[in-house]
Structure formats: C-alpha cells, structure tokens
Ligand binder design. Structure first.
Ligand SMILES: [Ca+2]
Length: 168
C-alpha cells in the first residue's frame, strides 16, 4: 500500500508540473510515435523498469518540422560511463544516425533537437539494479531555428577567415 501511495504521489507531482494536456504516456518497451506532440515513458513507469531491456522508440513529427525532445523525469542506474543502464538519443533513423547523447543516473538531460523530422530513443538495461526510468515528451518545431544557427556559424566562418588573413 505504501508503495502504491508513493507512486501515486510521484505521478500527481509529475502531472501537476506545467501544462500537461497530453494523455497518460505510453509505457511500452519502444514503439512508433507519430504526431505533433506526444509523451512516452520507460516500461512500467512510474514503477521501476525491468532488467535486460532493449527498447527503441521511433518518433516522427510532420514532414518539414524538427523534433524537440525533453525528459521530464529521469532516473537510471548510475555509472560514470553509463555502461549498465542507459538511454541513447539519435538524430534520425538508420545505422549512421548521429548520437545526440547517452544518458544514465539521475541527472536530467537537457532538451534535444533533431535536424530532421525524426528522432530515435533507445533504452538498454543490464541484469541487475533498476530504477524508476524516464518520462519524456516531444513536440515539433520550425526548422528555421536551425538556419538561424547556421547563419551564426557562417558569421563565425567569416570571422575565422578574417583572422587567418590578419595572421598572414
Ligand atoms: Ca541495471
């Protein structure tokens, strides 16, 4: 009973944070998620995840948009190199997709942004020591924020180029 009450308290705390217009998050081991917004959690959340998991969530927002992913709650077995339990986020699908981050422990990762309309989240756990897992939400955004960034990069390129000229 104490256990249920604790979980309920945690859940109420999570739902009470910010504008939570979404439905109860999906808590299956991975899956396909498509839409403008959505949320998902580790299997069994807010109860502890299970050992030996290998879950993959494929997230897709409308064509021409980018994915904003944020973790609202994060608690995995801690290890300095995240060797045991970890969550990895990839910039799109496929074997060559860029790794945006690999996370474990209880330090909540910052928001992650893709460069296309797809992002992939993988969770792997080993055979011992579990924790509560994670709750994540995603939304779609305008890719022009990326081009704004590249404008800054171009400006940096110009500055660097000028510096090189000055050096000569
Ligand atoms: Ca573990």
């Amino acid at each position: 009973m104490w256990f249920i009450a604790t979980n309920l308290a945690l859940w109420v705390m999570l739902v009470g944070q910010g504008s939570c217009q979404q439905n109860f998050p999906r808590t299956t081991c991975g899956g396909e998620m498509e839409g403008d917004t959505g949320q998902f959690a580790s299997p069994g959340f807010p109860q502890d995840y299970r050992p030996n998991l290998n879950c993959v969530w494929n997230i897709k927002v409308p064509e021409g948009r980018v994915v904003f992913l944020s973790f609202r709650f994060f608690a995995l077995e801690m290890n300095a190199r995240c060797m045991y339990d970890h969550v990895s986020v990839f910039n799109g699908r496929g074997k060559d997709a860029q790794l945006l981050g690999k996370f474990c422990g209880t330090f909540r990762p910052g928001a992650l942004v893709s460069t296309s309309n797809e992002i992939v989240v993988k969770m792997a756990t080993d055979d011992s020591t579990e924790n509560r897992g994670f709750l994540a939400s995603f939304s779609s955004g305008e890719p022009h924020k990326q081009s704004k960034l590249s404008t800054t990069c171009n400006l940096v390129d110009v500055i660097v180029a000028n510096l090189k000229i000055t050096l000569h």
